[in-house]
Design a protein around this ligand. Structure first.
Ligand code: CA
Length: 234
């Protein structure tokens, strides 16, 4: 099972080690960075799922580091500080921190908060995946839930297999597929499939979606290989 990666940015070794050991017991993979420089390096290399950030580091200001991390990443950041008075400053001024705890802190509370943020992240990711059921390409939109395809907001009627073939091509746009790959992807077989089926379906799709089916812009033939759905800016 994939372990979520937590990066502890903390120069006080005692604290860093206690947190690391506790998180490991709770099934996290843990990295420690003792300086801002090390932190940036580790983030680029290991792409952590969660960051615990101490505000007072030897080589930089934690808030500045937080802002720097946020410029390049959406990773959840929890700030640890010895000063309770920093709370408003950290959370209120848009440095990009997601949460805040004051030292001394409870380890079980820390894990609870990490888990809450990770669950939230997972939900967001899941939403993004689900949204892929609707793909927009240039002036077209294909919707897998409603099984509809529109060009310039006008719906174009497609048969079930036409739709599946078009959806597959659009989902994997700008990649070339052979006829047998398309048969396999849409009809689910290759040994009994007739590759002429693909030729026929491609012709029908072009007649329906291309402005000029004899010189297709979108569903292009790649000679000797197969077909691809071509987009300019995607
Ligand atoms: Ca410190």
């Amino acid at each position: 099972m994939y372990k979520k990666k937590v990066l502890i940015i903390e120069d006080e070794k005692d604290i860093a080690f206690i947190v690391r050991d506790y998180l490991k017991v709770h099934n996290f993979e843990v990295m420690i960075a003792e300086t801002g420089k090390e932190a940036i390096y580790t983030i680029e290399k290991s792409n952590p799922d969660f960051i615990i950030l101490d505000l007072t580091l030897p080589d930089c200001d934690g808030i500045e580091l937080c802002r720097q991390i946020r410029e390049n990443s959406n990773v959840a950041i929890l700030i640890l500080s010895a000063r309770g008075s920093d709370t408003d400053k950290v959370l209120g001024l848009g440095f990009g921190a997601d949460d805040y705890m004051t030292k001394p802190f409870s380890l079980s509370e820390l894990v609870a908060r990490i888990n809450a943020h990770l669950r939230k992240q997972d939900r967001l990711l899941q939403d993004q995946v689900n949204n892929k059921d609707v793909i927009q390409v240039e002036n077209m939109e294909i919707n897998k839930i409603e099984h509809t395809f529109t060009r310039d907001q006008k719906q174009i009627q497609l048969s079930a297999k036409e739709f599946e073939l078009l959806y597959f091509l659009i989902q994997n746009r700008n990649q070339v597929f052979s006829k047998s790959q398309l048969l396999d992807a849409v009809w689910g077989y290759t040994s009994f499939g007739d590759e002429n089926t693909i030729t026929v379906y491609i012709r029908r799709l072009r007649e329906k979606i291309e402005k000029n089916p004899s010189t297709p812009v979108y569903i292009q033939t790649v000679w000797g290989i197969g077909y691809k759905f071509n987009t300019k800016n995607d």
